[in-house]
Write a protein that binds this ligand. Structure first.
Ligand code: DGL
Length: 271
């Protein structure tokens, strides 16, 4: 879900920044492209430091501040922290440090349990990185949205890294399927009906997770994109044109490059 701590301010901008430890933010990006095609997107992948899951809050916060400065230097007026881990550790401090910037974070969609009608099978779990799972922000969110502890929580040590390496660095790992299966195998016998994906890397392989665990996955990414749309669209901000504007920066390849949206998102579609 989008964290809703943003000011009720509507801004007119087409310049939006996004960042993640790597390619996880693509799950938000693809939703943004669908509903705000005119957006000019600057995407920062901190792949030199991925995964964030095992890192300390201090480290992730320092990276988040550096990346925010870089995105602001491109003139963005809204930043999507397209990473549950960075949202959990850093978004409060980002808002304090950059009071004029609008930040939209990503948090596990824990509302889902109570949205499923009574009587329907809804044994549910939420999957996060280690860092998100340990964070005070996640604990508070869970207490608030799941006061009866109906949703089981598991932190996954390796899944984000596996996805990052396989899809982004094209690691020649023919064992990818096997390793994902190993990582999730302890969940098989629990017979969950739903898994809330609390890391933006996970929706990139939602179909795989669904078939391995025989359940449905729940991702907040479409809701996050909607929240961005609410914040940037005012009544008189109407544009028909679809720019193909998409800039990409990674911390391993330190210069902004123009990418075609289609070619860049292509490899991740339907995984
Ligand atoms: N995709 C990020 C998240 O949503 C980070 C995963 C990682 O780098 O460990 O938490």
């Amino acid at each position: 879900m989008p964290d809703m701590m943003n000011p009720d301010k509507i801004i007119k901008t087409k310049k939006i920044g996004l960042f993640d430890s790597g390619i996880g933010g693509f799950s938000v990006l693809s939703e943004l492209f669908k509903i705000i095609p005119e957006a000019q997107i600057y995407y920062y992948s901190d792949d030199a430091n991925a995964p964030y899951g095992p890192k300390t809050d201090e480290f992730i916060t320092e990276r988040s501040i550096t990346i925010t400065n870089e995105l602001m230097s491109q003139g963005v007026e809204l930043i999507v922290v397209a990473c549950n881990t960075a949202t959990a550790s850093s978004i409060d401090l980002l808002r304090e440090t950059f009071p004029k910037m609008i930040f939209v974070g990503v948090e596990p969609y824990l509302n889902a349990y109570y949205q499923i009608p009574e009587g329907q099978e809804k044994k549910m779990m939420v999957l996060t990185t280690e860092s998100t799972g340990k964070s005070e922000r996640f604990k508070r969110l869970k207490e608030r949205l799941d006061p009866k502890s109906m949703i089981d929580h598991y932190s996954l040590t390796n899944l984000a890294r596996l996805i990052e390496n396989y899809y982004y660095h094209s690691e020649t790992n023919t064992d990818f399927d096997l390793r994902v299966e190993e990582e999730l195998s302890f969940l098989k016998d629990h017979h969950y009906s739903f898994a809330i994906l609390g890391c933006t890397h996970y929706p990139l392989i939602n179909k795989k997770i669904e078939s391995l665990l025989n359940l449905k996955t729940i991702s907040p990414c479409a809701h996050v994109a909607l929240r961005v749309k609410e914040l940037i669209h005012s009544k008189d901000h109407v544009t028909e044109s679809t720019d193909e504007f998409f800039q990409f920066l990674s911390s391993t390849n330190n210069h902004w490059i123009q990418k075609s949206r289609k070619s860049f998102l292509g490899p991740f579609k339907g995984k």
